[in-house]
Ligand binder design. Sequence first.
Ligand code: NAP
Length: 557
Amino acid sequence: MLDATQNSAQTRRNPVPAELDALVIGTGVAGLYQLHQLREMGLKVHACDTASNVGGTWYWNRYPGAKFDSEAYIYQYLFDEKLYKDWTWSERFPGQREIERWMHYIADRLDLRRDISFSTTITRATFDEARGLWTVETDQGETITARYLIGCTGMLSAPLEDRFPGQASFKGQIVHTGRYPKEGLALEGKRVAVIGTGATGIQVIQTIAPEVEKLTVFVRTPQYVLPMKNPKYGPDEAAWYKGRFDELKATIPHTFTGFEYDFSNTWADLTPEERRAVLEEVHTDGSLKLWLASFAEMFFDEEVSEEISEFVREKMRARLKDPRLIDILVPKKGDYGFGTHRVPLETQYLETYLRDNVEAVSVRDNPIAEIVPEGVRLEDGTVHEVDTIIMAVGFDAGSGALARIDITGRDGMKLAEEWRKDIRTTLGMMKFGFPNLFMTGAPLAPSAALCNMTTCLQQQTEWISGCIRHMQETGKDVMEPTAEGEDDWVRHHDEVANATLISKTNSWYTGSNVPGKPRRVLSYTGGVGTYRGKCDEMAKEGYPAFAMSKAGAPQEA
Ligand code: NAP
């Protein structure tokens, strides 16, 4: 069944104007706001999206059970009080359809659709050094020139769709969660496999288990999970959070993770009993507080990490009871610490495995060898016969979406090739060799992973608008990080990141989920507030890590 939001989908594609000041790629949280800002500044700006409507992540990830695990009222934009207050959420952590409706509300209220071409993929972009312009091609046969090219392509939008040999031979339906069909899949009475138990797989598993005949879950690395509490919001709750607008606006942008809460305890200052009390309290909150607002030491200190990890494992074991399930589903001491991988919130996820129609299959020591026409074959030859396979196997995060576009910068430099050698950026928003290419949700910024996304994407798009405004005011129109500027940022990023336990683990946080991807902690780990401060300082000091010039003239540092 189609969602009501589909009614406002465009039926006719807007052509992309041939000459632009700025072209924005993507119409998710970042793209919509970037388009709005640049239009308000008087630029001729347009956005393109492969999707047939706005939403970005919330357009593509329409798999069963997809929902927020940031509190909805902190995920909203904070730049316009009326825009904020005129939208009302129905619960603390709403689902994809409601979030998608909110994104439609934003697009309509800001009248953005007239400057968006949906169903339009940017295939190639080449920087013309002589003119200081990008020449951009779309899959619709258009060629556009734009002074500024802004990637609002999302940090988790390049799905790893071809994960296993033999996928094409499968007799039933096989879908990646990031490309789940709009019309859904008929799962009732079916034998369904879910591969992957990250934040996505967990939401799928707990949602579809009651519907399907048999659910087989292939589990490789067990996950630490936290129970979600998701109260409905009525008029009182809406009045409560809307009444906090000024407070939220003042605090959220400066916290460590862009959430409303922050780390407020110091491990060494508390007795074991007091620590336990803190952990119990944040665990009961039903949010990500245990991860993002208990003890920052969990990210640096092996002993603290182990104590907190054991606290979470204990909670999980108590719910699972069955030793076999505990063995498959609960991380083991020494695997990796709580919080060094993305922590998912769940609703009765562990209890799902106690159902008769659900089977957990460990593929840690007996990996998936291939997909065969009947189902999933493991290395030892066992075939699990299924009708439908849902691949919750993740994304080429941070760099993946832009690297899938054929982008050529200065001196023939290819972005994909550069990032195949080493994942580097300056402030996570520009890349040496690629003048006037701005990016959001890209590596080496908190928006690559460790952030409430709207907090970080607002900050980044505002910073990018500030760069363009600065160029306009100073008569410059080409901006590029200097080699030294980029070296400095990468060095600082690594220094901060390598001090964390995250750097010692394997997940999409370090790029290790994509074979051959250079290893680096993708997200800036110095904190959202600190990062914002560094970006602001860079602007205030006249962008010392960047060279700016007039097109055709030599660049000045
Ligand atoms: P993910 O965290 O990368 O998880 C992928 C899963 O697939 C892992 O369990 C992984 O196992 C498994 N996998 C990959 N290749 C496999 C193979 N060959 N054999 C067996 N298992 C394999 O991806 P995700 O769950 O899509 O989540 C990505 C991110 O999206 C999250 O971390 C989160 O930031 C975001 N997200 C957010 C929300 C929300 O806000 N509500 C919801 C969903 C997702 P290994 O760990 O062993 O590699």
